[in-house]
Design a protein around this ligand. Structure first.
Ligand code: HEC
Length: 221
């Protein structure tokens, strides 16, 4: 067994016509876990038309995953609420449309999947960074954002409605009412004064982004 007939890598073979010992993959080979027979699930389309339903079940955990991925990959341009005023846009990037326009509120879920998969106009695609399951989670979270900006008071349970400030109520009263329970979206302390006062003070060693002094960035290791 110690010495056995074998081809070390890249050795020429006289057995095969093309003289390669490395054999090409058999045609139509599919790696385990990559069989994509469900076209709707992997393209967001059926017969070229955007699908209007989620091709996988969406649970609360998926919405949370979607929020997490959205905040990482999309919010820099689209902002955390999807109105298109992300930090990069504030610094000069082309402004994307708000998700809260009637057109995008009515757009089928397949359209959002397609935009992430193939890009759209000035926006590059995220097919390499975001796997299909996470793309659907992000699409579901975009629906959450759209709902959050257009919810009707009648959608709230009575108990939650009672906690809302009444119309015309003074600002301090509203704050007190909000303090009764956890705020819906706690403010991001680091970003309160951004960009006037970056969260990272300028000149802190090892910083390449906000706060790094122009021309004085430390060497990347
Ligand atoms: C680098 C900035 C940037 C990032 C990051 C980004 N987008 Fe965009 N997005 C844009 C711009 C710019 C447009 C407008 C493109 C155009 O109309 O030419 C756009 C457009 C869109 C649209 C609207 C398409 C339409 O029908 O008008 C959707 C939906 C969208 N993006 C989703 C996403 C999602 C989801 C992510 C995260 C996975 C994301 N984008 C990440 C810049 C970005």
């Amino acid at each position: 067994m110690h010495i056995e007939p074998k081809y070390p890598p890249y050795t020429e073979s006289h057995f095969f016509d093309d003289h390669r010992s490395e054999r090409p993959m058999v045609e139509d080979t599919v790696p385990r876990g990559s069989l994509r027979v469900d076209v709707a699930r992997f393209s967001g389309k059926i017969d070229g038309a955007d699908i209007t339903y989620f091709p996988i079940p969406i649970a609360r955990a998926d919405l949370e995953r979607g929020m997490d991925r959205f905040n990482i990959y999309c919010s820099p341009c689209h902002s955390r609420i999807g109105d298109g005023n992300g930090l990069i846009v504030m610094r000069g990037m082309v402004q994307p449309p708000s998700y809260h326009t009637p057109r995008l509120r009515e757009a089928p879920v397949g359209h959002f999947f397609d935009v992430i998969t193939n890009g759209y106009g000035a926006m590059l695609n995220y097919a390499q960074q975001i796997e299909p399951r996470d793309r659907w989670a992000i699409v579901a979270y975009i629906r959450v954002l759209q709902y959050s900006e257009n919810a009707n008071i009648n959608d709230l349970p009575m108990e939650a409605r009672n906690r809302l400030p009444q119309a015309g109520q003074a600002e301090p009263e509203r704050l007190k009412a909000a303090e009764l329970d956890e705020p819906i979206a706690p403010p991001d302390a680091d970003l309160t004064n951004f960009p006037n006062e970056p969260a990272t003070p300028s000149g802190v060693p090892g910083v390449f982004g906000a706060g790094a002094r122009p021309g004085k960035q430390p060497e990347r290791k």
